[in-house]
Design a protein around this ligand. Structure first.
Ligand SMILES: Nc1nc2c(ncn2[C@@H]2O[C@H](COP(=O)(O)OP(=O)(O)O)[C@@H](O)[C@H]2O)c(=O)[nH]1
Ligand SMILES: [Mg+2]
Length: 319
C-alpha cells in the first residue's frame, strides 16, 4: 500500500523504528491526514508502543507553556533522554535557539537528533482531536523518544481531553490572572498531577502560589493532591525540580512499557465512548428514552438507575 509521498506502510514503519526523521515526519502527516497508509502505519506500530512517558502541558494562552517546554527539552536532553513534542498550539512557535541553550550548544547536532517537534492543526480531525494527538504520539513512541510532551491551550473541551490522556498532566498557571486563579477552570485543576506556577521571576508569583494552595485546600480532601512547582523558564528557576517531579512519576511506573499505553488507551476509549453516547443520547428519536425521562420526573426511578438504563437503551439502538 503506497501513498502520494511514495512509501508503503511497511517502509514507513521500518523507518520509524530506525528513528529515521524523514520517515517519522511523513508518517505523522499520513496519520494526521487519516490516509489509508496512515491507518496501516498505526496498526503496524501498535506492538512497538508503550515505552515513552507522555506528558501533557496545558494552560491559558500566554501562560508560558512553550517557553517551559523548551526549557524542559534542554533539561531532559542534559539527562541523556530524547524528547518528542506535539504542539497543539500553533500560535507560539518554538525556536531552536531557545531549546538548545548555550550550555549544550556544542553538542548541537547530536542533540537536535534527539528532539522532534511537531505542530498539529486543531481542526479537521474526523476522529476527534484526542485521537489525532494519540496517533502522532504513537508514531513518536514507536520511534523511541523517551519523553513525549503534548502542549495544548487549556481552553475548550477537546484541549482538556487531550491533557487528560497524558500519563503526567501539568497545568501551567501564570501570575497575575486577576484577584484569584478563578480563570483556571476547576475541571482543569482536577486533572493536574503537577501545578506549575510559571514566570516565578515576576512578583505576583507568590500570590498565585498562595491562591492555588488555598484552592486545593478547600477541595474534597480525598481528591488527588497535585504537586506545586514554581518555575521561571527565563531565569532558569525550578526547571530541575519540575524534571525531578516528572521523573519521580516515571519511577512510580507511570509510562512503563505496556502499562502506560494501556491506561492511555482506556482513557481514550472513555472519552470517545462518552462523546458517542452524548451525541446519540441527545439526538436519537426514542419513545423508550422519553418514557424514562418521564419516569424520573415522576420519581419512579432514581437518576443513577435511569442513566444506566438510558445507556443500555442507546447501545441497543433504542426504539
Ligand atoms: N517573565 C517571564 N516571562 C516568561 C516566562 N516564560 C515565558 N514568558 C513570556 O510569556 C509569553 C508567553 O510565553 P509562551 O511560552 O509563548 O506561552 P504559551 O502561550 O503558554 O505557550 C512570552 O512573551 C514569554 O517570553 C518566564 O519564566 N518569565
Ligand atoms: Mg505555546
Amino acid at each position: 500500500m503506497g501513498d502520494r509521498l511514495g512509501g508503503s506502510a511497511d517502509d514507513y514503519v521500518a523507518g520509524i523504528l530506525r528513528g529515521d526523521r524523514r520517515s517519522i515526519a511523513r508518517a505523522i502527516s499520513a496519520v494526521e491526514n487519516e490516509t489509508a497508509t496512515g491507518r496501516a502505519i498505526l496498526r503496524n506500530i501498535q506492538r512497538h508502543l508503550g515505552r515513552a512517558q507522555l506528558i501533557g502541558i496545558t494552560g491559558a494562552p500566554g501562560a508560558g507553556k512553550s517557553t517551559l517546554v523548551s526549557a524542559l527539552i534542554g533539561e531532559f536532553l542534559g539527562r541523556g533522554r530524547s524528547v518528542g513534542v506535539v504542539a497543539v498550539d500553533p500560535s507560539s512557535p518554538f525556536s531552536g535557539g531557545a531549546i538548545l541553550g548555550d550550555r549544550i550548544r556544542m553538542e548541537r547536532h547530536s542533540l537536535a537528533e534527539r528532539t522532534f517537534i511537531r505542530s498539529l492543526a486543531t481542526r479537521g480531525h474526523s476522529g476527534g482531536l484526542s485521537r489525532a494527538v494519540v496517533a502522532v504520539v504513537d508514531v513518536l513512541d514507536a520511534a523511541g523518544f523517551d519523553l513525549i510532551i503534548v502542549e495544548t491551550v487549556g481552553v475548550g473541551q477537546s484541549e482538556v481531553e487531550i491533557a487528560e490522556i497524558a500519563d503526567t498532566r501539568i497545568v501551567v498557571c501564570p501570575p497575575g490572572l486577576g484577584d484569584d486563579v478563578q480563570a483556571i477552570k476547576a475541571g482543569i485543576l482536577e486533572i493536574a498531577d503537577i501545578l506549575v506556577v510559571s514566570k516565578a521571576d515576576l512578583p505576583l508569583a507568590d500570590k498565585t502560589e498562595l491562591d492555588l494552595r488555598f484552592m486545593l485546600s478547600v477541595r474534597d480532601p480525598s481528591a488527588r493532591q497535585p504537586a506545586i512547582v514554581r518555575v521561571s523558564s527565563v531565569a532558569s528557576i525550578g526547571i530541575t525540580e519540575l524534571a525531578d517531579s516528572i521523573d519521580a512519576r516515571r519511577d512510580l511506573g507511570v509510562g512503563k512499557r505496556g502499562i502506560g499505553s494501556r491506561a492511555r488507551m482506556r482513557r481514550l476509549f472513555a472519552q470517545e465512548a462518552a462523546n458517542l453516547l452524548r451525541r446519540r443520547m441527545t439526538s436519537i428519536e426514542s419513545p423508550a428514552l422519553d418514557a424514562l425521562c418521564d419516569a424520573v420526573a415522576c420519581g419512579d426511578i432514581d437518576h443513577e438507575q435511569a442513566s444506566l438504563q438510558a445507556m443500555r437503551l442507546v447501545m441497543e439502538g433504542c426504539r
